[in-house]
Structure formats: C-alpha cells, structure tokens
Design a protein around this ligand. Structure first.
Ligand SMILES: C[S@@+](CC[C@H](N)C(=O)[O-])C[C@H]1O[C@@H](n2cnc3c(N)ncnc32)[C@H](O)[C@@H]1O
Length: 353
C-alpha cells in the first residue's frame, strides 16, 4: 500500500484516438511546442533499448525530470506502466501535463528516490529501474533556482521545500568543511583550502548572496584557464552537498541490493566519476559469485552469490552526433544490470500490469 502517493487522474475515453494521432506523429510536435519541453534526454535510444527484455509490469523512473525518458519508454513498450519519482515539484507538475494522455499507465511520486523507491518496489511489480542522475536543463537554466553561474540567488536545491540551500552552506560552513567538499566533491586538490579561506574572508563583511558573487570569488582563486567555466567544479561540489547526491545514490543501491527485484533490469545514467564509481563498484559486487576473502586458498562460500549480470563491462556513452546536438550528454555514462536471482516473484514475464 502506497502512503501519500500522488496518482494521476484516470484516462479519458478519447485517449485511444489521441494516442493513435500521437503515434502517427501529428500531435507530438505541436504538443512539444506548446509545452516548450526544456530538457533533451541523454542516451535516450540506448536507455530505452536497455529495457528491451521488459515485456510488462512497471518501470520506476527514479528521476522523471521532464519526462523525456519516461515518454520514450511508454511509446516503445505499450504493455508497461511507469512510476515516476522526482523531488522537484515543478518537474512533477510538468510531467503531469506532458504525460496526461497515458492516463493510468503513469503514476507520480514526489520525494527523493532514496526515501521513496523502497515503497514503490513493495507496491508495484517492478521490472525495470531507471535513474538519470543530476540536474535537468530547466533547473540549470532557471536563474531563480540558483544553479547557474550568473544567477542572482544562491540556492541549488532540487527540492525547493528542503531546508538547506547553497546560501546556508556557503555562508555557514567553516573553512574545514568547505575545504572537504571542494576536495572530495569538486576534486579541486590543493586549491580547495585556498578557495575555502577566500570564501570565509569574503563573507566576513557581508553574506555571499548570489551565485554570481560565488563565481567571481572562484575565478579569483582558480583563474580562468581551460575550456570549462572555472566555477564548474565549485558549483558541482556545492550541489552534491546541498542535495546529498552521492548519499542518495548509495541509498538507492542499498535498497536494490536488499530487495533484489528478481528479473528486473536496472539502468543508471551518471554524469561524473564520483557517481559512476559508486554504480560501477556496486554492479561489480552484485556480479560476483564468490564472496570469499581474496586471500582465501579456495572457495568455501558456495560460489552462488551473484545477483545477476551487468549488460556490459564498459558503460555506454554518447555518440559524437549526440554530443554535438546536446553537449550535456558529453559526460553521460549508462550502466545496466540484470537481476536474475533474489527474493520476490520473477516479474520478467508475469503479465501483471
Ligand atoms: C537529469 S534530470 C532527469 C531528466 C529526465 N530523465 C528526462 O528525460 O526529462 C534529473 C532529475 O532528477 C531529479 N532528482 C535528482 N536527484 C533526485 C533524488 N535524489 N530524488 C528524486 N529526484 C531527484 C531532479 O530534480 C531532476 O528533475
């Protein structure tokens, strides 16, 4: 039983007609113009293709965002439904409009995937799990969300109701804590301490109130060399901390490890090495049959601990064409794992949606 879950309204009777028009392509273009869809899904073809073994049941899209991947899944696999999670209220209300025509095939859950995915797995016969981590183009482009370098605010919360923002972090953390996040999440090495000290010095006269001011301070310390904006890694570090992005991923992987959704496909898209490392290591752990200590002379564990297999050893990355059409795809890595063993019913062929 889902608690406090927010379901979309029932499908209207004329949906079939609309759906067939959309399939023929006639409505899709005008609807997209009307909705002004702000985000191009990365690796869309590859991601949808990774679920080709899923014939029915539900896919949980842990980061539904602006619904690009979800819509592509619903179009490609007419027998499935999608439960879409997002902690951004704007994203959920956008998807309600965008995906309205799929009626009961889409359910929405507002919240962080770490806190909500467990109950979704308990409530639906889930045959696929998708997550496209990171921020959406709309979050980046909307200046008032405070994610962009020239923003007048300093916010960076994906969930605008959460109590802790980039402003609180930049004006509240001491030198050591600031240095730690720049070192760990921004991978800024020796420059982390100088930047932390500079921030504390700058805010001593008045609080740092905008992303623009933070960018200026970052440029003063880090210089302007290289092709990417000098504040990119500073903003990445702050965003990761404000939204506990790595903790969320760890927790999602913990839940999947605990629940072991038998027969399900898991496809996860990451955007930087810290995220990818978490996914890669966990998929590798799940693949291992033998869990004996590496110094053990022989296997005594039975050797049957594998939970399934990864689709490939290497991640799928964007083609040159996609990178030129959508530069955000440049750092995207898609990894897929197929659960083949575990608790719960095999949902790969139950016809249960
Ligand atoms: C890159 S966008 C997803 C875009 C989506 N795949 C599409 O095609 O439109 C990432 C989304 O995930 C959401 N998000 C990020 N971390 C989250 C978390 N821990 N829990 C729930 N939603 C999260 C963000 O709010 C954002 O809307």
């Amino acid at each position: 039983m889902l608690i406090n879950m927010d379901f979309s309204s029932p499908l209207s009777a004329f949906l079939g007609i609309i759906a067939s028009k959309v399939k023929s392509g006639c409505c899709l273009e005008s609807r997209e113009n009307e909705l002004n869809i702000p985000h191009i899904p990365v690796l869309a073809e590859e991601t949808v293709g990774s679920f080709s073994g899923v014939r029915n049941g539900w896919i949980v899209d842990c980061t539904i965002g602006y619904g690009g991947h979800t819509e592509a899944l619903l179009e490609r696999y007419p027998e499935i439904g999608v439960v879409g999670i997002d902690r951004d209220a704007e994203a959920i209300s956008f998807c309600r409009r965008r995906l309205e025509r799929y009626g009961e095939r889409v359910k929405f859950v507002r919240g962080s995937f770490a806190s909500r995915v467990g109950e979704v797995l308990d409530s639906f016969p889930i045959s696929g799990i998708l997550a496209d981590f990171g921020v959406s183009s709309l979050q980046l482009d909307k200046r008032e969300r405070g994610f962009s370098f020239d923003s007048d605010t300093l916010d960076m919360r994906m969930d605008s109701d959460s109590g802790f923002s980039a402003y609180d972090l930049v004006n509240g953390y001491g030198v050591e804590k600031l240095e730690r996040i720049f070192r760990e999440y921004g991978e800024l090495g020796n420059r982390s301490a100088r930047l932390a000290e500079k921030i504390v010095e700058a805010r001593s006269s008045s609080p740092i109130g905008s992303a623009r001011r933070l960018s200026e301070i970052s440029i003063e310390v880090l210089g302007t060399r290289g092709r990417i904006h000098p504040a990119t890694l500073v903003f990445q570090a702050i965003r990761i901390e404000v939204n506990d992005e790595l903790g969320e991923i760890e927790s999602l992987l913990d839940t999947l490890e605990r629940k072991r959704p038998y027969g399900a496909t898991v496809s996860l898209i990451t955007f930087h090495s810290l995220e990818d490392r978490l996914v890669k290591r966990r998929f590798s752990k799940w693949s291992k049959g033998c869990i004996c200590h590496r110094d053990a002379m022989r296997c005594t564990c039975g050797g049957d601990h594998s939970l399934g297999r990864p689709a490939s050893r290497k991640p799928v990355t964007a083609s040159a064409k996609e990178i030129s059409d959508n530069p955000r795809s440049r750092s995207a890595k898609l990894r897929t794992f197929h659960f083949s063993k575990g608790v719960g019913p095999d949902v790969s062929d139950t016809g249960s949606r």
